[in-house]
Design a protein around this ligand. Structure first.
Ligand code: CA
Length: 228
């Protein structure tokens, strides 16, 4: 499973570097943007798991970036934590009204910020924070790396395990082959998209043999795969 990715949007280099340093130390895959426009573009292209967004940015402000992210279908689901030096209540309210999922005031404690990041990730990448995943009769234990269907343990290869984790984190979501490649294999590795079909096929077979019942993964014609 690739590490959760965090997009850091901060125009001031020293503050950005502190964030990047701490996030990388926590094992996150960190991307950076120094302007609102760059942030919007990266959010669309990279589809990060979370965005840390500074309020004070030149030209397009953090608030405007947040508003646009939350009004665009492709980026709406990405949690946004606003970071701001403005501590007044009115600003906090404004930040949250724009759709920010959380709000942190400078100077902030790194420990607290990381805790808030994990809280948001628990929602969008539950497996990355060690949550047990359940869907219908399938249970996936991300800590012990074990999968059960209707109480019967399945023996999955590492790739099938990562695939199933991805599906179970977002039941109902339709994943394109490219999105699965990015999430399961990582964006830096070149893999043919047919490889995705091969591994999804193996996963489905493993899910079926456990109980003899049909597997819960469905092929969405022209789009990719989804769970449930
Ligand atoms: Ca700034």
């Amino acid at each position: 499973m690739t590490q959760p990715s965090v997009l850091v949007v901060e125009d001031e280099a020293p503050q950005r570097e502190v964030l990047v340093y701490n996030l990388e130390a926590e094992g996150f895959d960190v991307r950076q943007a120094t302007s609102g426009d760059a942030a919007l573009e990266l959010a669309r292209e990279d589809n990060p798991d979370l965005i840390l967004l500074d309020w004070m940015l030149p030209e397009v402000t953090g608030i405007e970036v947040c508003r646009r992210l939350k009004s665009t279908a492709e980026t709406r689901g990405i949690p946004v934590i606003m970071i701001s030096a403005r501590s007044e209540e009115v600003d906090r309210v404004r930040g949250l009204e724009t759709g920010a999922d959380d709000y942190v005031v400078k100077p902030y404690s790194v420990v607290e910020l990381m805790a808030r990041i994990r809280t948001q990730l628990r929602r969008v990448r539950p497996a990355s924070v060690g949550e047990k995943l359940e869907f219908a009769d399938v249970t996936l234990d991300t800590v012990q790396h074990r999968v059960f269907r209707d109480g019967v343990e399945l023996h999955l290869g590492p790739t099938e395990f990562r695939l199933l984790t991805t599906f179970m984190e977002r039941p109902g979501r339709v994943w394109s082959r490219d999105q699965l490649l990015d999430r399961v294999w990582g964006r830096d590795i070149y893999v043919d998209s047919r490889t995705v079909d091969v591994h999804v096929g193996r996963l489905r077979k493993a899910l079926r043999t456990a109980t003899g019942v049909d597997d819960p993964i469905r092929t969405v014609r022209g789009a990719g795969y989804a769970l449930g």
